[in-house]
Design a protein around this ligand. Sequence first.
Ligand SMILES: NC(=O)C1=CN([C@@H]2O[C@H](COP(=O)(O)OP(=O)(O)OC[C@H]3O[C@@H](n4cnc5c(N)ncnc54)[C@H](OP(=O)(O)O)[C@@H]3O)[C@@H](O)[C@H]2O)C=CC1
Ligand SMILES: O=C(O)C1=N[C@H](C(=O)O)C[C@H](O)C1
Length: 268
Amino acid sequence: MTRIAIVGVAGRMGRTLVNAVQQDAEATLAGGIVEPGSSLAGADIGELAGIGKLGVAAADSLAAIVDDFDVLIDFTAPQVTLANLAFCADHGKRIVIGTTGLSDDELAELDGYGERLAMVFAPNMSVGVNLTLKLLETAAKALGDEGYDIEVIESHHRHKVDAPSGTALKMGEVVAESLGRSLKEHGVFERVGQCGPRSAEEIGFATVRAGDIVGEHTVMFATEGERIEITHKASSRMTFAKGAVRAARWVAARDKGRYDMQDVIGLA
Ligand SMILES: NC(=O)C1=CN([C@@H]2O[C@H](COP(=O)(O)OP(=O)(O)OC[C@H]3O[C@@H](n4cnc5c(N)ncnc54)[C@H](OP(=O)(O)O)[C@@H]3O)[C@@H](O)[C@H]2O)C=CC1
Ligand SMILES: O=C(O)C1=N[C@H](C(=O)O)C[C@H](O)C1
């Protein structure tokens, strides 16, 4: 039985994760964390998630539940995640990280922890998106050097704070790597005014933020006469939450290293 604690337990993903852990026969809900000083500290995390009392009170620090859990699941914000990584490394815990929007420096810092603990870090925990990444590799290799323009389009709810989404960036990276291009050099994240025609090698990104869209990603390969679109649409956060719980069970049996969902699913 994997003892899981969830940080950001009152957030959109945190509440869904409580539900997902409850539904998993091989995992147990060992704790939930809210922001230090939050008025929600002490509330029952089942009630926060809308599934009724579970008898687990929200804590406002990891230190308060350090002996209760084996794996932490963290879908919060970059600086919060890095602080939690340090805590887990210092206390012999494993961690599953879904947080997106990390800067290059923050990613480098996160990477360093792979030598100190076992972590799964992925911008999208759904099985469907991780399979889509494989399809993109094949499509990019077949089409990318044959005159097909590549564009990544993503849509999310009005509350999302980072752009492009972590998944869109990952899709761009997979396509770029498959073609021997660098996303740093060829990624185009803004087009406005007299920006001129697109270059053959650029990989364009477009972002939509509206309403309650859970998460949609399309990679378009377009040339004269045809276009192929590979699309993934999430209609419920449960798809991410179930993936994260699966990752937590998987990482509980791992030694040090930085892994992603492709490792967990067996697509690496
Ligand atoms: N990898 C994946 O599959 C997915 C990744 N994500 C990513 O997960 C992240 C969170 O998304 P979402 O759930 O929508 O965002 P929310 O804003 O709904 O949730 C974040 C939660 O973290 C809490 N929080 C902030 N600081 C702390 C702290 N110091 N200690 C404990 N809790 C804290 C917030 O509390 P408060 O509200 O009080 O500030 C909030 O409840 C984003 O980066 C998003 O992109 C989302 C979906 C899927
Ligand atoms: O913030 C979200 O909601 C999501 N974020 C992730 C991302 O940035 O890719 C994954 C998912 O699409 C939902």
